[in-house]
Each structure stands twice: as structure tokens, then as C-alpha cells.
Unconditional design. Sequence first.
Length: 297
Amino acid sequence: VQEQESISVSGTVSTPNAPANVGFLVSGKVLFVGPREGEFVKEGEVLARIDPTDFTLSVKSAEAQTANAQAALGKAMHSSRPELLEQARIALERAEDEHRRMKILYDSKSLAPNDYLKYKAGFERAQQEYEQAKFGAQKEDKALARAAYDQAVAQLAIARKALSDATLCTPTSGYIARRSIEPGDTAAAGYPVFEIVQMEPVEVNVGVPETDVHRVRIGQTADITAPALPGKTFQGIVRIVNVAADPSTRTYMTRIAVENPERLLRVGMVAEAAIHGDRTVAMATLPGETVVRDPQG
């Protein structure tokens, strides 16, 4: 008879993507933990929360600092109210009049230089205050006020992000494979506390001997069975054939994608794969009952 050639290999069930290890970005006391191992979670679902008190207070403090910086920036960028501008103008006129009279005395040698310099400094200060009241702060002061405001806004954003990070959400849909945190624990920043795996589709990771690897290519179909699931056969497609052999086993890693809608195949299960080759081979067949074993074996 003519039958399609088959390459039989064994391996284990794995996920097409590496498991997602999820942990807090901030540290604190854990108040709530949601799903347990084996439960399905959707993307964005809350996994755990830590005490947000400190982060909430940091946000309020940053908001107050931002409001102060915004007020200072507004004062630096705009002229003063009309009544303050009028007060500055009157003060300038008085200082200018005193400076003019003192300069006459100074020019006639009737006023000591130190005394004259005091009036001159007062006049120049009144000029600066009037200019600031009329046009706002100097260019350098405006730049400093702008920088202080931008820094306060950045600090507020950091504080709000820290508050948001106190709630841990899953970045992807999948099943909880590991949970290593409980309410009352202290979470450490950056330490994974959940492992999330995808169960559909899955992959069967097999090693093809070098004597058979020339008969395996991407796109071939395969029948998948698992000793843990007797009577069940799954259909798969060869997705990857490695170009280098494993030095310890002299086999070529091959990944077979398998649809797993009922989630019967689980990560870590032993699986057998019969990869369908491209050739047909002729073989002789006999009924099973015609093969007997004598007493000597």
C-alpha cells in the first residue's frame, strides 16, 4: 500500500510566548489580591493593590507645589494690578525727585558721595520695581519661574504615576500559573508576584533527530496526542525548525502550533507528535492475527 511518510517525535507542551511575569513598580503593604492559580484574567483586570496612603499624600503635596509655581509664573509673566502699578509709578516719581535734588547738592560738593549713592540706588530700585509692575519680571526671572513650574508639573506627574502603580493590572489576557503574594505581605518594587500564561493556542516543543530533520519543514501538519489525554488527538502545524542542533541531544528543536480551544492541553504535558511528511512510501501490511510469538520469543 502507499501511505504518507510520518516522523514520530516526542516533546512537551509550552506557550508560544514566554510567560508574563507581573510585579509592582512601587513597594508597600499589600491590601488586596485577586485571582488565584488556574483562573483566567482579562487584559487590564486588577490583580492586586497596595496601600495608596503615602502615594495619595505625595500627589496632594505635588499639586500644591504646582499651584504655587503656577501663581509665581503668572506673576512673573504679567504686569501687576492697576492699583499696584500706580503705587509703583508714584514711588518712582518720588525717588526720581529726591535723586534729582540730591544730585544738585552732590554736584555742588554739598553732599557726601556715600549719601548720594544711597539716593541713586533707591532711584534705580524704584525704576526696576516700576518696570516689573508694568511689564512683569525680567527675562531671567521669567525663565526661572517657567523652569520651576515645569519641574513642579513633572513632579506631579511622577507622584500620580506612583499612585497609579499602587494598583497592579494584568498586561495581557491569560491564565494565572503562579501567585506568590498574599494580603498583608510587603511588596517589593520590580519583584514578580504573578505569572500569566496563554493556553490557546499552545505549542508542542519536540526534538527532531538529525537523520529525520531533512524531512521536516515549516507548514507541515502533525497529529498530536498526550498520554494524559487518552483518546484525544489534536491537529498542529510546524511553525519553527531550528537551524542548529542541541549539542547535548543532537536533535533540532521544532515547534508545532496547536489549537487548544477547550484548554485540554496544559503547559508542561508530555506530548507525542506524528509529523506528516511530503512523500508517500510503499509498505507491505499483514493482519495483526497472522503475527504470533513462539515459546522461545
